[in-house]
Design a protein around this ligand. Structure first.
Ligand code: ADP
Length: 508
C-alpha cells in the first residue's frame, strides 16, 4: 500500500517540477525576446551557439542562419573585417578576458549599424568557461545625433571664431571667470577678463538693442558694444558681450571734424584777406588824422612861441580830444581784426541790424569814395534785434557791397553813382537785407556758377566771397540769392530769422 501510494505522488511531483521548469524557460525566453539588446553566445572556438531575437533583428538574419557560424561571421562588414578579426582572436586566445568595443555591424540589406558590444566569459555551474556571452546595442541613432550636435557646435564655433567682433561670456561682477572668449576677443585682450569684458561691460550697461560706443584704454581702441544677459549652460545668468572694433570709423569721423574746423578757419582767413585792403584803408584814415592833428598842434605851438597867434588851452584840449578819438577808432579796427582772426567758432549775440549795417557801410565807404560812388542806406523803422554772429553778418554785407561796387566800376559814372542797402522786415519773423547796385548785372551764362567755390570773373578775385556768404547765411537759417534789376544791375538779398539764432553757433 505504501509503495502504491508513493508512486503516484512521485509522478505528480515530477510533473509539477517539469511544469515549473517549462514555465521558467518560457518566462526567460520571453524576457530575452522582448529585450532590445541583442544577445549572442559563442563557444570556445567562436561558434555561435545562441542568439536572441533582438540580435536576429539587428543583423536581419534568422536564428538558423546564425547558429553554427564561425568567424568571420556573415555580419562583419568588409571595411571593419580586420578589427573584428583582431578582437575575436584576442578573446579566443585568452589575451583578454572581456571586451568592450564600438564596432560596425552589417545588416543583411547592407546597412551599417554602429553597435556597442560587451563580451564577457560564460562559465558553467562548476566555474569552467564554456564560451563568451556578448550583448549588442544599436547606437547608430544616438551616434548620428551626437555627431550632428558636434558638427553644429563646430559650425557655431567656426562662425564665432571668424567674427571680427570680440565675443565674450562672463558672470556678472564680482566673479573673475571668463566663460567664453572667441579669437577676436583673445586677439585684443588675451584670456583676461579685466581688460576686455569687464571694462567694456562696466561702461555699457545698455540693453541689447542699444549699442554703445566705448573707448577701451587698455588697447587704445573704440568699440561698438552690445551687452545682453543670457542663461548659461549651467543655468546661471551671465553676460554675453559683443564688441566690434570701430576705431577706423571713429578716426575718420574725427578727421572729418578737424577738416571742417580747418575749412572754417581757412574761410575766415580768406575773408580776412579780402578785407585786408579795406582794413588797411580804415586804419590809415585815423592814423593820418592823428598825424594831422598832432602836426597841426605842433605848428600852432611853435607859432605861438614865436609870438604869432596864441594857442589857448581850450584849443589844445580840442585837438588832443580829436586825436584821442582817432586813436580809439584805430584801436577798434585792430580789435576787430584780432577778434575776427582769433576766434575759431562763431559766437552769436543779440544785436541791432542798424549797427551791423553801419559798420559794414563804414568799411565799404573807403572804396566807394575812391570810385566816386555813394553808399545809401534805407532802414525800415523799429526793426527788431537779431540774434547772430555780428562779425560774420557784417562780412556778408561788406562782401555784397564790395561786389556791387566792383560791378559798378566799369559803368558810366552818371548811371552808376549810388549803391543802396535796404533793410526791411517783409514778415514778422524775417529781416531782409538787399544790396542794390547799378552795375553790369550777372550774365546769364554764369548765373549757375556764381556761388561755386573759386568761381570769379575778376583778375584779382578769389571767387570764395559768395560761397562763404551763402554758408554763413545758411548757418543762421537764412537764405541768400540775387535778382536782376529792371533798371540795370543786380540785387543781392539775404534773410535772417528774427527768432532764435543758429543752433550750431556758440551762445555768449
Ligand atoms: P570774387 O568777388 O572774388 O570774384 P565772389 O564769389 O564774391 O568772388 O563773386 C563771384 C563772381 O560773381 C564775381 O567774380 C562776379 O563775376 C560775380 N558777381 C558777384 N557779385 C556781382 C554783382 N553784384 N554784379 C555782377 N556780378 C557779380
Amino acid at each position: 500500500m505504501s509503495r502504491m501510494s508513493w508512486i503516484p505522488s512521485l509522478q505528480s511531483r515530477k510533473a509539477r517540477t517539469e511544469e515549473e521548469l517549462k514555465r521558467e524557460i518560457a518566462f526567460r525566453r520571453a524576457m530575452e525576446n522582448s529585450m532590445p539588446t541583442g544577445m549572442r553566445v559563442i563557444d570556445m572556438e567562436g561558434r555561435i551557439e545562441y542568439v536572441n531575437s533582438a540580435f536576429c533583428r539587428l543583423v536581419g538574419m534568422s536564428q538558423e542562419e546564425l547558429l553554427g557560424q564561425t568567424p568571420p561571421y556573415s555580419y562583419w562588414p568588409t571595411e571593419e573585417m580586420e578589427q573584428h578579426k583582431r578582437n575575436i582572436r584576442m578573446l579566443l586566445r585568452g589575451d583578454i578576458a572581456s571586451l568592450n568595443s564600438e564596432v560596425r555591424v552589417m545588416h543583411r540589406d547592407g546597412r551599417r549599424l554602429i553597435c556597442r558590444m560587451f563580451t564577457s566569459p560564460l562559465t558553467d555551474s562548476d566555474g569552467t568557461q564554456t564560451g563568451w556571452m556578448t550583448s549588442v546595442t544599436d547606437i547608430t541613432e544616438p551616434t548620428r545625433i551626437r555627431e550632428e550636435l558636434a558638427k553644429a557646435q563646430e559650425r557655431f564655433i567656426t562662425v564665432l571664431q571668424s567674427l571680427d567682433a570680440a565675443v565674450s561670456v562672463a558672470p556678472p561682477e564680482p566673479s573673475d571667470e571668463l566663460l567664453f572668449a572667441n579669437e577676436a576677443y583673445q586677439k585684443w585682450f588675451g584670456q583676461l577678463l579685466a581688460p576686455g569684458h569687464r571694462v567694456l561691460a562696466r561702461t555699457s550697461r545698455s540693453p541689447w538693442a542699444e549699442s554703445r560706443e566705448v573707448f577701451n584704454p587698455n588697447v587704445q581702441r573704440w568699440f561698438d558694444v552690445r551687452l545682453r544677459s543670457i542663461q548659461w549652460v549651467d543655468g546661471r545668468i551671465v553676460q554675453l558681450l559683443v564688441a566690434t572694433d570701430i576705431t577706423l570709423r571713429k578716426l575718420a569721423e574725427e578727421n572729418q571734424r578737424l577738416q571742417y574746423q580747418r575749412l572754417q578757419q581757412t574761410s575766415r582767413l580768406i575773408n580776412m584777406g579780402e578785407m585786408a585792403s579795406s582794413l588797411a584803408h580804415e586804419l590809415n584814415q585815423p592814423l593820418a588824422a592823428i598825424s594831422n592833428y598832432t602836426m597841426g598842434a605842433v605848428a600852432r605851438l611853435r607859432s605861438s612861441q614865436a609870438g604869432g597867434v596864441s594857442l589857448t588851452t581850450d584849443d589844445l584840449i580840442e585837438m588832443l580830444t580829436k586825436t584821442a578819438a582817432q586813436a580809439e577808432r584805430a584801436g577798434k579796427v585792430i580789435q576787430r581784426i584780432r577778434g575776427f582772426v582769433k576766434r575759431s567758432d562763431p559766437v552769436r549775440k543779440s544785436v541791432e541790424v542798424a549797427d551791423i549795417v553801419a559798420e559794414a557801410v563804414g568799411l565799404a565807404e573807403i572804396d566807394a569814395r575812391a570810385l566816386g560812388i555813394r553808399v545809401q542806406v534805407d532802414l525800415a523803422e523799429a526793426l527788431p534785434a537779431i540774434h547772430v554772429d555780428p562779425i560774420l553778418i557784417e562780412q556778408v554785407l561788406l562782401n555784397l557791397i564790395k561786389n556791387g561796387l566792383d560791378a559798378m566800376k566799369a559803368m558810366p559814372q552818371a548811371e552808376a553813382n549810388e549803391l543802396w542797402v535796404h533793410v526791411s522786415q517783409p514778415q514778422a519773423q524775417t529781416i531782409e537785407v538787399a544790396v542794390v547796385d547799378r552795375g553790369s548785372g550777372v550774365a546769364p551764362e554764369i548765373r549757375d556758377r556764381l556761388f561755386d567755390s573759386f568761381y570769379t570773373t575778376k583778375q584779382e578775385g578769389m571767387g570764395m566771397g559768395l560761397n562763404i556768404c551763402r554758408s554763413i547765411i545758411e548757418s543762421h537759417q537764412g537764405r541768400l540769392w540775387f535778382d536782376d534789376n529792371a533798371e540795370g544791375g543786380s540785387t543781392f538779398r539775404f534773410t535772417i530769422p528774427v527768432g532764435s539764432g543758429p543752433r550750431t553757433l556758440k551762445e555768449t
